[in-house]
Design a protein around this ligand. Sequence first.
Ligand SMILES: Nc1ncnc2c1ncn2[C@@H]1O[C@H](COP(=O)(O)OP(=O)(O)OP(=O)(O)O)[C@@H](O)[C@H]1O
Ligand SMILES: [Mg+2]
Length: 265
Amino acid sequence: MIEPVIDVRDLTKVYQMGEVEVHALRGVSMQVMPGEMVAIMGPSGSGKSTLMNMLGCLDTPTSGEYYLEGAAVSDLNDQGLTSIRRHKVGFVFQTYNLLSRTSALANVEIPLIYGGVPRRQRRQRAIEALEMVGLGDRLHHQPNELSGGEQQRVAVARSLASEPAIILADEPTGNLDTRSGKEVMAVFQQLNRERGITVILVTHDPDIARHAQRIIWVRDGLVERAEQVGDRILADDSQGSEEDKGQAVAVAALDASGTFEEVAS
Ligand SMILES: Nc1ncnc2c1ncn2[C@@H]1O[C@H](COP(=O)(O)OP(=O)(O)OP(=O)(O)O)[C@@H](O)[C@H]1O
Ligand SMILES: [Mg+2]
């Protein structure tokens, strides 16, 4: 039987703000299977980012259990947690968090320095990761020389360079226009399909969520429901069909006018 890669049981998180307790998570239980692509949706303040921070071991829960690839995360020491953050999970945030005046290549490479990867291998992996997100021809561009969508794809490449099993993305398309958002989703779907990387992303946009296989709804620090996406959007296909549509219009215009020149002009 296949075990879930992420298994969260009754997770709570209470933030102490002076006298006031903020109950950000009030008993979240959820499982994600290896190779799944899941979207988390829910109102602002419902606990989505808090949950993502727990999943990525960036923060510790107040109570509850979290098993990552079958191992209890609460049993890990600091070294174990650091190792998960460096090798198991890749993070992508709404704000790309790239270093300014630093090339795309260096932005992807720098975390690998901390990971202790030797120089040549580092360069190699960074180039491969940038090629994977379709930026093989933008290696030496600095963030201000890239579009928003391209900057986010550099951030995705950075999360990939450590060869993670899981990518956690908190509103990765939140700052992007529809088209750039779709490009980023195409990259996630490709990594999910071709490399079997488990992808968990938070979004407020129902169309972005429909790129996932499953949607988990969070409300008031609890999982409200989960649903399988019936009419999943495949980013590559929809781009193709837009082209097809464009072609169909051109053909219709050609039929109407009778000459190609008139259509082209
Ligand atoms: N570090 C913190 N200290 C205290 N309270 C916090 C902290 N982080 C989050 N909270 C509170 O916990 C609750 C959940 O916040 P969280 O950021 O997880 O929401 P969210 O679902 O990601 O919202 P959004 O969609 O706006 O990003 C909110 O009420 C927030 O104010
Ligand atoms: Mg959030």
